[in-house]
Ligand binder design. Structure first.
Ligand code: NI
Length: 168
């Protein structure tokens, strides 16, 4: 699948809840994992491949498909968060940019699996960061929106230049 880049309208939409837990959804999740591993990345949200539904795939073992834990989150919702972490963050839709983003150290979520069965999950550290980042995508929010205004202006300027040069 093609990963949409910053500037694509799909990335700014509020995505719709997943309602049909069928074979098409399973296929989409599988394709998203494949796309994410190939990138390589640790998380991908459906709007990033142009499908505006509340579906996320995460595997925080960067690119190593054999070692990781595949997480599929349908209709995820953060129910609690704790602490803060500081660190650099990137996004497959904003390639070649890493910026400082503050996130909770720990989050608890409710979600549904690929069959539509509800479950709860707690994530810490990198997993908490990935969950927050990907849930943002479902609401049309990108990490670019969460960096300092100065950094954001610099990033936008660079992206504009890359776009003009046909390199974006
Ligand atoms: Ni992203």
């Amino acid at each position: 699948m093609t990963i949409l880049k910053y500037g694509a309208p799909s990335l700014r939409e509020i995505s719709q809840p997943v309602e049909k837990f069928d074979e098409d959804l399973e296929k989409l999740a599988a394709d998203m994992f494949e796309t994410m591993y190939a990138a390589p990345g640790i998380g991908l949200a459906a709007p990033q491949v142009g499908v505006n539904i509340r579906l996320i795939v995460i595997d925080i073992r960067d690119g190593d498909e054999s070692a990781g834990r595949k997480l599929i989150l349908c209709n995820p919702r953060i129910t609690a968060s704790e602490g803060t972490q500081e660190g650099d963050e990137g996004c497959l839709s904003v390639p070649d940019f890493m910026e400082h983003v503050k996130r909770p150290m720990k989050v608890a979520i409710e979600a549904q699996n690929i069959k539509g069965e509800p479950f709860e999950l707690t994530g810490e550290g990198m997993l908490a960061r990935a969950i927050c980042h990907e849930i943002d995508h479902l609401d049309g929010v990108m990490f670019v929106d969460r960096v300092s205004p100065l950094k954001r202006a610099l990033m936008r300027g660079k992206i504009r230049k890359l776009t003009k040069a046909g390199k974006w």
